[in-house]
Ligand binder design. Structure first.
Ligand code: MCN
Length: 729
């Protein structure tokens, strides 16, 4: 039936006939083997999750497009669905892809299995835990959007898109649509928050760009919130069994972890990295556990693809380690703070090689714990608990001593573990003739405040007013090839690239200043915006040097090019390893199971901090994120039909201000030894720490060992009833 305003209707066959490829995956653990089924941008014969795209309608207006879509008649033959990773591994499970027998994408392991077994054989005590790391829907404040236009005169395309890494989109989409990179411009200005959900290349982005070329008109698509729920990548979704072996003094001997990771229906861009190399290498935590073995099975299910969500793999690892440690402390009747302290990596052991491939750069964990205990008034907790009891409430306290690998990362290591991209960062520092500076950065801000912190770095290093500095990001036609923002990499990698470019500006400035001051370059010092001849009062300001560079009348043109505009690519030699201690204190109403968070302390070591207020804001946001996972966010698929049951804010709760207490934030500092800023990332830390602290606090309050997230009042109430029925002892 003709539909008014409709310009074109396309299916997966149209894209395929035009030579468009599938959506690629950017990571295979250890380079493979990995079962990697095709991911067509528009489904062809089979729809594999509710949210899979089946056809695209292009119309003059949104409403005409919606009407047009409603006129499409599709005959679906209903297939059985499987939504849980464990069910998908069952013998009779529906099979999603011919290329992935038994729905398995990969089976992967890390660590020394034999050494771990040997340590377990020596154990005085073994603590075991079964846990689920619940699936999360990221819910950035603004949904995804894409606007594309195609210029047939020079065969170039421009895509305005909500991406955290525009160059990666260009690289991947150029391949999908066979548009050469120099003919593709990706613009991703302010994207309305990301939390990881705007890292991947999404089918809609490729389809919109393809459609713009095919209808010869600019094409715009904006997700409704319902589409975000259904088709944004989700996070977490692990099922884990873990065991910790301890000796008679409560020292950790070994850790054994078996995880089944749900990957959803298709492989999203970095999906296989999240439950492998962003997860298992963090299982050593802050402790000297001498042997660790982790095995992970990545599984396809009829659900939205999984990818990075704030923390990505590291919250899952922290939850395993910190829940186990807490449980071990209770079983051995050792104070949980004391058990942690007993097993800390000592301050003089850095760089510290863990048994799970990473080398922690720097750290000092005991002072973090001391400070957190002080701020949480731990010594008087017993009296607060008593006071709560007097009011009929149950009070509990929980710890989470997390470690994080961020500042992602050295390209050679990323390549060795299976990344199909480099992981450096790029910057250009353009000093203008009249003294202002534009910095083009490959990092991408979604609310992290780079415009402020990066400008602070430039102002500080070049000695110019901060208002003279402009930070530009998110446009592949403007900024050098960068890798974008995720894995709390922007300060450590992007910031360091800026410092490297600034160093080049200063080095060139010294040559110009030496000429102007008739001195040798070796005698020129740069400080607070001035080039000086050492030991004299002769100097020239950086503004004059810049002017000379662009108006080179008195200038060493025979040995120096005009201009003061420098580029740098920075590839770090290691990740950075922030660490911290979160202590959560809760009060539970045993009659309703409602949890009130009455106290929250976070003490973190982010190395050198550039902007304490921004860092504190990141910690606040991260705690809210973790509290959401632990207390509220339940992503539920119907196990028969594969429908997303929690597909709106009516059914999926995220934290609001009145769910959160006032936070107490502290900082300690062990500078990162390998980047020029000494800074470690902070953007995900609190989301990594928070769930374990909160569940440890609630289980402490109600006297149970097991409690699944999200700890809704109903679950907490039921756990209290079960605990009351259990025999004493
Ligand atoms: N910073 C600092 N000193 C340090 C460390 C960081 O002043 N020692 C500053 C940085 O300069 C930057 C901010 O703190 O302004 C965060 O820096 P960093 O830890 O490098 O993290 P990124 O900028 O790379 O941000 C990524 C991280 C991730 S992975 C997610 S997910 C996330 C997050 O940040 N998504 C966010 N925070 C978010 N905040 C908002 N508002 N919106 C999102 O989508």
């Amino acid at each position: 039936m003709a539909s008014p305003g409709v310009i074109g209707v396309f299916t997966g066959d149209d894209l395929a006939a035009d030579g468009a490829g599938g959506i690629p995956c950017g990571f295979a653990p250890d380079g493979g083997p990995m079962n990697e089924p095709p991911h067509p941008a528009l489904a062809r014969d089979t729809v594999r999750f509710v949210g899979d795209l089946v056809a695209v309608v292009i119309a003059e207006s949104l409403h005409e497009a919606i009407d047009g879509a409603e006129n499409i008649a599709i005959e679906f033959e209903e297939l059985p669905a499987v939504v849980s990773s464990l069910d998908a591994l069952g013998p009779d499970a529906p099979q999603l892809h011919d290329e992935a027998p038994n729905n398995i994408c990969f089976e992967w392991e890390l660590g020394d299995k034999a050494a771990t077994q040997e340590e377990f054989a020596k154990a005085h005590h073994v603590t075991e835990i079964d846990l689920i790391n619940n699936r999360k829907i990221p819910n950035a404040i603004e949904p995804r959007a894409a606007v594309a236009e195609y210029d047939s005169t020079d065969r170039s395309a421009t895509l305005y898109v909500t991406s955290q890494n525009p160059h990666l989109v260009r690289l991947l989409m150029g391949g999908v649509l066979q548009i050469p990179e120099h003919k593709l411009r990706i613009v991703a200005p302010d994207v309305g928050g990301g939390f990881g959900s705007k890292i991947p290349l999404y089918p809609e982005e490729a389809v919109v760009t393809w459609a713009a070329k095919n209808v010869g008109r600019p094409v715009k698509w904006t997700a409704a919130r319902t589409e975000s729920f259904l088709a944004d990548t989700h996070g977490r979704d692990h099922v884990t069994h873990a065991e910790l072996a301890l000796d008679e003094n409560g020292r950790f001997l070994a850790l054994r972890v078996k995880t089944t990771a749900n990957l959803g229906a298709y492989l999203s861009t970095f999906a296989p990295m999240v439950p492998t190399y962003l997860y298992a290498p963090l299982l050593a935590g802050q402790y000297t556990t001498s042997a660790i073995h982790c095995s992970v099975t990545g599984v396809f299910t009829n659900t939205s693809p999984i990818d990075s969500e704030r923390g990505a793999g590291r919250p899952e690892a922290t939850f395993v380690v910190e829940r186990l440690v807490e449980k071990a402390a209770r079983e051995l009747a050792i104070d949980p703070a004391e058990l942690r302290r007993r097993n800390f990596i000592s301050a003089d052991s850095f760089p510290y090689e863990t048994p799970v491939v990473v080398a922690y750069d720097s750290g000092n964990y005991a002072p973090i714990l001391d400070e957190a205990l002080k701020m949480a008034a731990y010594e008087s907790f017993a009296s607060r608990r008593k006071e709560s009891e007097g009011r009929g409430k149950l009070r509990g306290i929980g710890f989470s001593n997390y470690i994080e690998a961020c500042g992602i990362a050295p390209s050679n290591i990323a390549g060795a573990i299976g990344a199909r991209a480099g992981l450096y960062e790029a910057a250009e520092v353009r000093f203008h003739p009249t003294g202002s500076v534009t910095v083009f950065t490959g990092s991408h801000a979604q609310g992290q405040g780079h415009e402020t912190t990066f400008a602070q770095i430039v102002s500080d290093k070049l000695g110019i007013p901060i208002e003279n500095v402009e930070i530009v990001h998110g446009d592949t036609d403007k900024v050098p090839f960068g890798m974008g923002t995720y894995g709390s990499r922007s300060i450590a990698v992007g910031g360091s690239a800026i410092v490297k470019a600034i160093d080049k500006v200063i080095a060139k400035g010294k040559k110009i200043a030496a000429h102007a001051l008739e001195s040798s370059e070796a005698d020129i010092e740069f400080e607070a915006g001035s080039f000086k001849v050492a030991g004299t009062d002769r100097s020239i300001g950086i503004g004059e040097v810049a002017l000379a560079a662009y108006v080179p009348h008195n200038y060493p043109l025979d040995e120096l090019e005009p201009g003061l505009d420098e580029n740098a690519f920075y590839d770090p030699i290691n990740f950075t390893f922030p660490a911290g201690c979160h202590i959560s204190e809760v009060e539970v109403d045993p009659k309703t199971g409602k949890v009130d968070i009455v106290g929250w302390v976070a003490v973190d070591d982010f190395g050198k901090v550039i902007n304490p207020m921004i860092v504190e804001g990141q910690v606040h946001g991260g705690i809210a994120h973790g509290v959401g996972q632990a207390l509220l966010e339940a992503c539920v698929y119907d196990s028969d039909s594969g429908q997303l049951v929690s597909g709106s804010f009516m059914d999926y709760a995220i934290p609001r201000a009145d769910d959160l207490p006032s936070f107490k934030i502290g900082l300690t500092e062990t500078p990162c030894p390998h980047n020029p800023l000494g800074a470690k990332g902070c953007g995900e830390a609190a989301a990594i720490a928070a769930p374990a602290a909160l569940i440890n606090a609630i289980t402490d309050a109600i006297g149970v060992d097991h409690l699944d997230m999200p700890a809704t009042p109903e679950k907490v109430w039921r756990a209290i009833q079960e605990a009351a029925k259990a025999p004493a002892g």
